[in-house]
Structure formats: structure tokens, C-alpha cells
Design a protein around this ligand. Structure first.
Ligand code: ATP
Ligand code: MG
Length: 359
């Protein structure tokens, strides 16, 4: 027998329901590891970073936190943000800092129906909604460029500038990533989303790079759609989509719409990948810290457990990832659902059902 393989995972539950859903994902992965008969194990280290940590220390994470995280195989993240800390401070102080420092330039967000969950689309046949939103995760509208008080004329006359950054290299790598992903899917199609009629520099560059890269993938269908039209298409013609690639802001908005169409924000999984694997990648549910239900044991853990499955894929444990997805499917199909998707179950009951269905 070969030596057991240990995957070192940094868990950062951070804020609100983050703690509940990270605990849920850990419980499922630990149950899975136990059933591997010792072939592989997960070695977890949990970090107390987030808004509570900020209130005590004035920092969202340890000063050498990035250095510490660098030694892990992956980061398993909960959610960041709490009403006591301005959102841009908490987001940039932790989540975006990790994404940017570890060059996690591809954000992958699958969207699909869950058996037993009614989608607001009510076109409930399970082929109608099966996409992956691929989000450029390193530049675009979230490049962090700009400034305040640029007029120098004081209150009432303030001018602020928020600049988007589009590089040819940044566009090309995410677009290629989307095409490569499309080749692994039943429908080989990539839809590119911009607003290049109104934003005439960066987004036009994106469109040009998309057209050029598409020539290398003659076997993949393509389309370029404006983001406003794509929002309508998500709702009206979901069956026409497979891989949707878009800039940071556009894909952020579209993927929340996508998860709502699937039935709830609480269902959606995501991976922030450093595809070159020079740095750890980070896996987290799409939803935020949900202060309205935090601490009540009501959070839907499916998005976080689905994100754990994406982490297994990243570790090369494809069969195990499929097992987790099957267990999620059996759980929702059996009607064990949290309130956001019309059920009465608590977080713990869903976790117990998923673990039971792993068998
Ligand atoms: P962020 O800016 O971090 O994305 P947000 O402001 O978009 O956060 P969320 O925290 O995601 O907001 O919450 C939006 C709504 O979705 C809230 O009503 C919340 O209760 C609900 N919600 C989010 N996550 C879950 C979950 N896991 N289970 C159930 N409901 C959830
Ligand atoms: Mg949000």
C-alpha cells in the first residue's frame, strides 16, 4: 500500500454564517476521509481572521498571514463582512487580499438545478440550467485603482475616480481557461460578456482577444453578448448557455443571478484558482456572511459543501468529488432542505443527510 497522502487545508470561516458552513464542509470531508480507509487525510488549520479579529487588532488578518497561508495545499473560506466594519475594508483586508496575492485569477462558479429544489424559472428539467460562470478574478473593475477627493474643492464638490484595468494577458488567460473548460463539458460553447458598446477601451480589448482566441478552438461554439442582454438571457433562455466568461464585476453580478435562478444563493459553490498552481487556491461558497441568519443554525451548507467538492477536484480526487455531489443531490431530492429553499431543516440536519448519503 502506498503511503497516505495528506492535504493541508487552511480553514478561514471569517464572518457570520461562514463559521457554520465551513464547519459543515469540514464535517463532510472528514467523513469522506474516514471512508477512504486511510488512503488520504485532511490536515486542517483554522484561522480566526475576519471582522471580529479586526475589532480587536485593527487588521483583518495576521500581518504575516499571507506568508503562513502560502504553505497550504488549499484555503477553505467561509464569508467575509459584518455590519460593524465597512464592506470595502473587510473585503480588501482579507478575501481580495488573498485572491490578489496568490494570483487566483480564475473564479469558477457552476450553476445548475438541484433535484427537489424549485427554481424560480420553473423550467424544471435538469438540462435547462447547467452552466459554469468563469469570472476574471485579478483585474477589471476590481483592480483597486482610483482615488477620492480629486477635485481638491472640498465637501459638496468631491470627485472620485474608479478605474478598470484590462490587460491583454489578463483577458487572454481567462478566455483560454473558459475555452479549455468548455471542451470538458457536454455542450462546447463559450459565451463572452462585456459592455463594450458603452465602455470603449478595456471591454473592446476583451472582445478582440475573445475573437482571436476563439480561432484556436474551432470545435467550440461562441457568442459575444452585452451584459444587460445576458441578464435577460439567463432568465429567458438558460438552455442556450454552457460556459459564460466575463470580467470581475459583470461575472460577480451574473453569478448571483445564476445562483438565485438555481433556487438560492446558499446553493452556489465557487473556486478561486491559481491555475499554474504556484500558490494555494481558495474554495468558498458564493454567498456572503448573511448577518440576518448568522448563528441560528439555519444557513444552507450546500454551497460550502459544493465548494469542498471543487477542492477535491483540485486535489485530483475526482471520484470523491463526484461522491460528494451525488450525496448533495440525494439530500436535496429527499426533501432535506433549509428554509431558503423552502424546507424546514437546519444546517446540521442537511450535513447529517449528506454524510449519510456518502455511503
Ligand atoms: P456579499 O456582499 O458578501 O456577497 P451580500 O450582501 O450579497 O454579501 P449575503 O450575505 O450573501 O449578502 O446575503 C444575501 C441574502 O441571502 C440574505 O438574505 C441571506 O440570509 C441569504 N443567504 C446568504 N447565504 C445564505 C445561506 N448559506 N443560507 C441561507 N440563506 C443565505
Ligand atoms: Mg453578494
Amino acid at each position: 500500500m502506498s503511503a497516505p497522502r495528506t492535504f493541508r487545508i487552511a480553514a478561514i470561516p471569517a464572518d457570520g454564517v461562514g463559521a457554520e458552513v465551513v464547519a459543515a464542509g469540514r464535517a463532510v470531508l472528514d467523513a469522506l476521509a474516514q471512508s477512504s480507509g486511510g488512503a488520504w487525510t485532511f490536515d486542517w488549520t483554522e484561522f480566526p481572521w475576519g471582522c471580529g479579529y479586526y475589532e480587536k487588532t485593527g487588521r483583518m488578518m495576521d500581518e504575516d498571514g499571507l506568508k503562513i497561508l502560502e504553505g497550504f495545499d488549499a484555503i477553505y473560506f467561509g464569508a467575509v463582512g459584518w455590519p460593524s466594519v465597512p464592506d470595502h475594508v473587510s473585503l480588501w483586508g482579507l478575501r481580495l487580499r488573498i485572491c490578489q496575492n496568490f494570483d487566483q485569477w480564475a473564479n469558477v462558479r457552476p450553476v445548475h438545478f438541484h433535484p427537489g429544489v424549485t427554481s424560480p424559472l420553473r423550467k424544471a428539467d435538469d438540462t435547462a440550467l447547467d452552466w459554469v460562470v468563469v469570472r476574471e478574478n485579478s483585474e477589471g473593475e476590481y483592480a483597486g485603482l482610483g482615488g477620492r477627493n480629486l477635485s481638491g474643492r472640498g465637501p459638496g464638490n468631491e470627485v472620485a475616480l474608479q478605474t478598470s484595468l484590462f490587460t491583454e494577458r489578463g483577458c487572454e488567460r481567462i478566455i483560454r481557461f473558459a475555452f479549455d473548460l468548455a471542451r470538458t463539458r457536454p455542450r462546447r460553447k463559450v459565451s463572452s460578456v462585456t459592455k463594450s458598446n458603452a465602455q470603449q477601451y478595456g471591454m473592446v480589448l476583451w472582445d478582440e482577444v475573445f475573437a482571436r482566441v476563439a480561432e484556436d478552438y474551432p470545435d467550440v461554439e461562441t457568442e459575444s453578448v452585452l451584459v444587460d442582454a445576458m441578464s435577460a438571457k439567463f432568465v429567458l433562455h438558460p438552455e442556450e448557455l454552457s460556459v459564460v466568461v466575463a470580467s470581475n464585476l459583470n461575472a460577480d453580478i451574473l453569478s448571483d443571478l445564476g445562483s438565485a435562478l438555481a433556487g438560492s444563493l446558499g446553493l452556489a459553490a465557487s473556486a478561486n484558482l491559481n491555475p499554474q498552481r504556484r500558490f494555494p487556491s481558495m474554495f468558498e461558497p458564493v454567498h456572503g456572511s448573511a448577518p440576518d441568519i448568522a448563528g441560528l443554525g439555519l444557513a444552507n451548507p450546500i454551497g460550502a459543501i459544493g465548494s469542498a467538492a471543487l477542492m477535491l477536484d483540485h486535489f485530483g480526487l475526482a471520484d470523491e468529488a463526484a461522491r460528494v455531489r451525488k450525496a448533495i443531490e440525494r439530500t436535496t431530492a429527499s426533501g432535506v432542505l433549509t428554509r431558503d429553499v423552502g424546507g424546514t431543516a437546519g444546517t446540521d440536519e442537511v450535513v447529517a443527510a449528506v454524510i449519510e448519503h456518502l455511503a
